[in-house]
Design a protein around this ligand. Structure first.
Ligand SMILES: NC(=O)c1ccc[n+]([C@@H]2O[C@H](COP(=O)([O-])OP(=O)(O)OC[C@H]3O[C@@H](n4cnc5c(N)ncnc54)[C@H](OP(=O)(O)O)[C@@H]3O)[C@@H](O)[C@H]2O)c1
Length: 325
């Protein structure tokens, strides 16, 4: 495993998203023992960047990480997120990045994670009711107190990134980025590079779609968020299968799996990018982590970069409203 710097924070080039172990997907939360084995295997393979959020569960994903990381905390760059749980009343799913809410949230996350510091603390979504300067200032205070090591944003717009960074340097922005979600390339990536901020692509496997393993949505159980996702619905889904086929064709040529190709393409986009593929299975964390050694030719990279745009938006209407503010 190779390592890169997100600003000053050294992380494995490939991280691990823990969300699906507790939340959002078919069979999330059904096999804790396998999730813990997956986390341990990731560490053995040199993965350091582990991603969670207080909203995952809510709360249970952080608690799972505490159990899994007992005695191994120092091996991990632990990243969690605030701002999608309004602790003063409205609760989970409600935006609140006010300083008071952040001060409450951090204590909860530290307790659940069983640690005295969070390595990378992201705002999960921009809160239109709190000036970003106040949010950045509140995280800056947590950094000064030693409770947080570095500040991150997720799905923030370019002006918000600049304003936040002017108050408290931003170490990383976590946004959706993959072969079928390339919207950040024009508006966000240039700002990150100008300011020296790292990028952590979430859903680098297109929520599993780019692996080619999903040929039908019939197997999605209740509670799987992909049910309401435009790209996994109706005609869009059928049209998008051609994208997965093209990734599969490059994989066959390169002697790798489609998941590895999707990750290798992301890694080829820069030394400031650390994707966090999500899995709750040991064999897949092994497969995904091995993408670090997959070398794509210039021709393969350009073939992948020229894939047609996906059919359908990345989020449903409610989710879309919270993006790039
Ligand atoms: N900041 C944000 O707003 C935000 C939003 C979404 C996610 N995230 C973070 O980003 C992480 C990754 O995103 P994600 O999990 O939604 O999407 P993803 O990484 O693109 O895909 C995860 C899905 O792919 C499957 N999968 C993983 N490896 C595979 C392989 N090699 N072959 C076949 N299938 C494979 C997983 O199933 P199994 O688990 O069953 O293997 C899961 O269903 C999350 O865990 C979370 O930490 C952040």
């Amino acid at each position: 495993m190779r390592y890169i710097k997100l600003r000053d924070l050294e992380v494995s080039r490939i991280g691990l998203g823990a969300m699906g172990m507790s939340h959002g997907y078919t069979d999330s939360g059904t096999d804790e023992a396998e999730s813990i084995r997956t986390l341990h295997r990731a560490l053995e393979l040199g993965v350091t960047l582990i991603d969670t959020a207080e909203i995952y569960g809510p709360y249970t994903n952080e608690e799972l990480l505490a159990r899994a990381l007992k005695g191994r905390r120092e091996q991990v760059v632990l990243a969690t997120k605030f701002g999608l749980v309004a602790h003063s009343g409205a609760g989970p799913g409600n935006l609140d990045s006010s300083p008071a809410n952040i001060r409450t949230a951090v204590e909860g996350s530290l307790k659940r994670l069983g640690t005295d510091h969070i390595d990378l603390y992201y705002q999960h979504r921009v809160d239109p009711n709190t000036p970003i300067e106040e949010t950045a200032g509140a995280v800056g205070e947590l950094i000064a107190q030693g409770k947080v090591r570095a500040f991150g944003l997720s799905e923030a717009g370019p002006d918000t990134i600049r304003r936040a960074h002017a108050v408290q340097p931003v170490t990383a922005v976590q946004s959706e980025y993959s072969l079928w979600t390339r919207g950040i390339e024009d508006r966000i990536l240039p700002v990150l590079r100008e300011l020296g901020i790292g990028l952590v692509p979430f859903a680098p496997l297109g929520h599993g779609f780019l692996t080619g393993q999903i040929r039908s949505t019939d197997g999605f159980k209740e509670g799987d968020f992909r049910h309401g996702n435009p790209r996994f619905t109706g005609e869009n889904f059928q049209r998008n299968l051609a994208l997965a086929d093209e990734v599969q064709a490059v994989a066959a040529e390169a002697g790798a799996t489609p998941a590895q190709i999707a990750l290798a393409w992301l890694l080829a986009q820069g030394e400031d990018i650390a994707p966090i593929p999500g899995t709750k299975r040991v064999h897949r964390v092994e497969e995904n982590t091995a993408a670090d050694s997959v070398q794509l030719t210039a021709e393969q990279l350009s073939r992948l970069s020229s894939l047609p745009p996906a059919a359908g938006e990345t989020h449903n209407e409610a989710g879309r409203q919270m993006l790039e503010r």
